[in-house]
Design a binder for this molecule. Structure first.
Ligand SMILES: *Cc1c(COP(=O)(O)O)cnc(C)c1O
Length: 393
């Protein structure tokens, strides 16, 4: 059996996969099993932030695992402590970290911190968490309930109580009550359609919550790791959330999830844990990814890449105004709102045929999450292919 047949026979059909099998890659280039070349504008949904087959990350990992991969969280773990320092210093906030293995798991940790905080502070138990419609927070039972999309709540119940959905950030204040412990938002909704929140509204909400003693959780699973031009979108928005979650891009492809919080005393020994979380493998990779991305940020190479990518995207938009409504997003988390979802489906297929991989978000958004290390040549090649792809439909 070939890979496609094995996949169909032995893997649960939870993904509507494109019929392509990539076998190798280098930075923002991919090669499939037929030897065809592609430019990758997806970076594995914002994960391979330092590109495919990054030599520095690969040598950091192999050096580490030739020594130790895992010893458990019963003992001190060198790279875990060092990467925690790095993440906290990059945030510019006074925080501590908990390490898990995915975005959903990071959000679970954030929710646990908020719930315990709400239980031990004040006379009445505060447990409600307000999230936004069109949000995405993960696939576990709790995080699908936290996700404000009705379609995600088909089947799988009963769910944990206490999640309340606000239509927009303006509506949050009307939903706050004595039982609210936290508000959880994405600053740029990723899966929801690359939709940035208004900066002033976010800042006003942050102030209001601080005044009322309600926690602000920012899900930076997709926006974190320099995706928006700064280490965190919270830095771009100039806010100091109580809890921030990270995953996707900070491991460069190695599974990692992080909860960062200024609430250092809420969880105590025994309250939370993870077998794999923060082991030598994932944290040595994350440390090197943070080094590489930090250098790109400091040297303003990242700012140049963002500018160049967005100019090319604007050009694509201008060339094909018959198919697009507007350009959306921040930094290297950007997209084009497409006139209708059928056109978007054709674009995705034609792009693949023409050798460039792009993503869908929400109902009708063409989404771009290129590697932060993408080069000008790769950007040029990708947009040339995409222009051709869109012209041909
Ligand atoms: C991808 C994503 C998640 C879920 O991450 P997993 O690693 O798939 O569990 C949660 N929140 C946001 C904003 C995401 O983009």
């Amino acid at each position: 059996m070939n890979i496609k047949e094995l996949d169909e026979k032995y893997v649960l059909p939870t993904y509507a996969r494109f019929d392509v099998e990539f076998v190798s890659g280098k930075n923002s280039r991919l090669i499939d099993s037929d030897g065809k070349n592609y430019i990758d504008f997806t970076s594995g949904i914002g994960v391979t932030s330092v590109g495919h087959a990054n030599e520095r990350v690969n040598s950091a990992i192999s050096e580490q695992i030739s020594n130790l991969t895992h010893t458990s969280n019963l003992y001190h773990i060198g790279p875990q402590a060092k990467v925690a320092q790095k993440l906290v210093e990059a945030s510019g906030m006074d925080m501590q970290c908990f390490f898990g293995n995915s975005g959903a798991e990071a959000n679970e940790g954030a929710i646990k911190i908020a719930r315990k905080y709400g239980e031990i502070n004040g006379e009445i138990k505060k447990y409600k968490i307000i999230t936004l419609n069109n949000s995405f927070h993960g696939r576990t039972i709790t995080t699908i309930k936290a996700t404000g999309q009705e379609i995600m709540h088909n089947y799988f119940g009963p769910f944990p109580d206490g999640f309340v959905y606000a239509d927009t950030i303006d509506d949050v204040k009307d939903l706050l009550d004595d039982h609210t412990c936290a508000v959880m938002i994405e600053l740029v909704q990723g899966e929801g359609g690359v939709e940035p929140q208004d900066k002033k509204k976010v800042q006003d909400l942050a102030k209001l919550l601080k005044k009322d003693g309600i926690l602000l959780i920012v899900d930076e699973v997709q926006t974190g790791g320099y995706r928006t031009g700064e280490f965190l979108a919270s830095i771009v928005y100039d806010i100091q959330p109580d809890i921030i979650t990270l995953a996707k891009g900070i491991g460069g492809g190695v599974p990692v999830g992080v909860v960062m919080t200024s609430l250092k005393g809420v969880l105590t020994a025994g309250d939370h844990g993870s077998t794999f979380g923060g082991n030598f493998l994932s944290t040595s990779a994350t440390f090197e990814v943070m080094e590489i991305l930090g250098e790109l940020h400091r040297s303003s190479k990242l700012a140049d890449t963002i500018k160049y990518f967005n100019e090319k995207l604007e050009e694509l938009y201008t060339n094909h105004k018959d198919k697009f409504i507007k350009k959306v997003g921040i930094g290297l988390m950007c997209g084009l709102r497409v006139k209708d979802s059928d056109t978007l489906a054709s674009i995705l297929n034609s792009a693949k045929e023409n050798g460039v991989m792009v993503l869908k978000a929400g109902r009708n958004t063409l989404r771009f999450l290129p590697a932060i290390t993408i080069t000008k040549e790769e950007i040029d090649e990708g947009f040339t292919a995409l222009n051709r792809a869109i012209s041909s439909i």
